[in-house]
Design a protein around this ligand. Structure first.
Ligand code: NAG
Length: 317
């Protein structure tokens, strides 16, 4: 077991990577100025989100990369990169992979088949992948509760595999299928996925992921932070705004320790809705704070569907 805490200090979204006391005064000053500048930029960018929506996202990705470059002061004793415990001769993968592309328009091919997705991802074996060129920063299990959504699953897998490979993660995708025609229980499926996936591999980080949400920007890193992370800030279905204050559904990232600490999801939510708010309350009761990437990158496309039999809105949610 090892501590994921150092990641906070290296969080690409937090502007203040604990700058070591050993840094010369001038450099420190410079970094403080740069950090302040970045915070200001962030505030400006944040307020101009409506404007930005229409701008080509590529330069934005470049800007983000520049910010990140400022904070990625590796090898600082106060800010060590997360090192996986397995002995390895490979260098640690960069926290921010050079393969990231930012926002690229998503295309959904209605003729797509699962076999095609498999052919497009020859390096994936039984839903798992590990980069060969470097040692991944975290081992990430993606848990997807599922029933009767083949088209959505194809679209998601088509995009998610290359997305995660570009991020240089070691990952495994688990589809947790609810059998039968009973009322759907997303929370229970995710609890099952958490426990079962750990029997197979020592995952560090878990992404609880809806099948109908496709991430639009690969700077939205599928890595865990030192606090529970909510990945879905904006969806095309809700005008790319946070669904509601406190929304904690769609896709969230929690470490094994964080999820264990809140004792997982409640098993009692049958039908659509409620379990995500319950999880937020569990997180808050543990005095943890939910973190979110900037709106500009935490964007998702919701592949459309209507609510079907067995997944009606939970009347007591
Ligand atoms: C979101 O995008 C998807 C894919 O382009 C589309 O099918 C869906 O209708 C969109 N939803 C809304 C509410 O615009």
């Amino acid at each position: 077991m090892y501590n994921l805490r150092p990641l906070l200090n290296c969080d690409i979204y937090a502007m203040a990577c604990k700058l070591g006391k050993s840094l010369p005064q001038k450099l420190k000053l410079l970094l403080i100025v740069v950090s302040l500048g970045s915070v200001l930029t962030w505030i400006v960018v944040h307020n101009m989100q409506d404007l930005l929506r229409d701008i080509n996202p590529q330069p934005l990705a470049k800007t983000l990369q520049r910010w990140v470059g400022v904070q990625m002061v590796p090898r600082d004793p106060h800010c060590p990169p997360l090192v996986s415990p397995t002995p390895t001769t490979r260098p640690l993968c960069p926290f921010l992979s050079p393969y990231l592309r930012g926002a690229t328009g998503l295309k959904f091919d209605a003729q797509l088949t699962l076999e095609q997705v498999q052919r497009n991802n020859p390096k994936v074996r039984e839903g798992r992948y590990e980069p060969q060129e470097c040692h991944p920063v975290q081992r990430v299990a993606i848990l997807i509760p599922y029933r009767n959504r083949e088209r959505h699953l194809q679209y998601l897998l088509e995009h998610l595999h290359p997305f995660l490979q570009r991020q240089l993660l070691e990952y495994g995708i688990y589809i947790i299928n609810q059998a039968g025609k009973g009322v759907f229980n997303r929370a229970k499926l995710l609890n099952v996925g958490f426990l079962e996936s750990l029997k197979e591999h020592q995952w560090d980080c878990f992404i609880f992921h809806d099948v109908d949400l496709v991430p639009e920007n690969d700077f939205n890193l599928y890595l865990c932070d030192h606090e529970p992370k909510h990945l879905v800030v904006g969806r095309n279905a809700t005008g790319y705004k946070l669904h509601y204050k406190g929304y904690f559904g769609g896709a969230t990232a929690m470490t094994k320790e964080q999820f264990t600490r809140v004792n997982g999801f409640s098993n009692r939510y049958w039908g659509w809705g409620g379990e995500d708010d319950d999880l937020r309350i569990r997180v808050q009761l543990q005095k943890m704070k939910i973190v979110r990437p900037p709106l500009e990158i935490a964007r998702y496309t919701m592949t459309f569907h209507t609510r079907d039999h067995g997944n009606e809105v939970n009347p007591v949610r």
